[in-house]
Design a protein around this ligand. Sequence first.
Ligand SMILES: O=P(O)(O)OC[C@@H](O)[C@@H](O)c1c[nH]c2ccccc12
Length: 256
Amino acid sequence: MSLIGEIFSRKKPLICYFMAGYPSLEKSYETAKALIQSGADILEVGVPFSDPVADGPTIQVAHEKAVKDGITPVNVFQLTEKLKKEFPDIPLILMTYYNPIYVMGEQDFCKLAKEKGADGFIVPDLPPEEAENFKRIANSSGLETIFLLAPTSHERRIKLIGEMSDSFIYYVSLTGITGERDTLPWEELENKVRQIKKITGKKVAVGFGVSKKEHTQKLSQISDGVIVGSAVVKLQGKADIEGIKSLVKQLKEGME
Ligand SMILES: O=P(O)(O)OC[C@@H](O)[C@@H](O)c1c[nH]c2ccccc12
């Protein structure tokens, strides 16, 4: 079983997104370390990109700054390599738009990602209909592909994603862009997660808008894992390592 699959088989993971190279490479390394040490089970490693269409203001700013500072996929791989050496049991999922993959070439990107300690990919702007080749190459390099479903996804798409997404499916809690929210559409969320699990038989983790203990508490009752991004990245931008630790501890408490 893959590292990601293995974690899902024994717990409901807290998955934390952070931006590589933000506000500097060193600080992003410290962020990752703080996330792991305070209880993150899986990391989503953000690859800076000039046109992050699915991201809200907090993560947009992080992309922008990291791109401006010249952070490249090669820098991101230096970071994953270092993290994997230090924390071999923590899965690293690269969260990248398709363009950086396209520029390097699917084969080379996958090969390098594997060598540098990545466990899988989420490519939010690569639709499953166009992902067959990439998935084949990623999987044969020993990397997972994780796909997203949204409140607007209907049965046919749910089935397709069920086939394309490896250890779990990322369910986007609401239509819109990433960013903290006060509340989530609970009833729809619960129904949709149940429907997806029934159709696909896969584990389903929920992200978008998660920012407090009350959210992780409810989500851990209705899903198989929880994803948090903007709440982390906001603190990351201030290099507030203590703040990151206390955030993760609180979110984690909700899941116990
Ligand atoms: O930021 P939020 O609302 O906590 O949502 C998680 C999200 O940030 C992370 O998974 C993510 C970052 N960039 C993305 C782009 C598309 C989908 C998901 C993401």
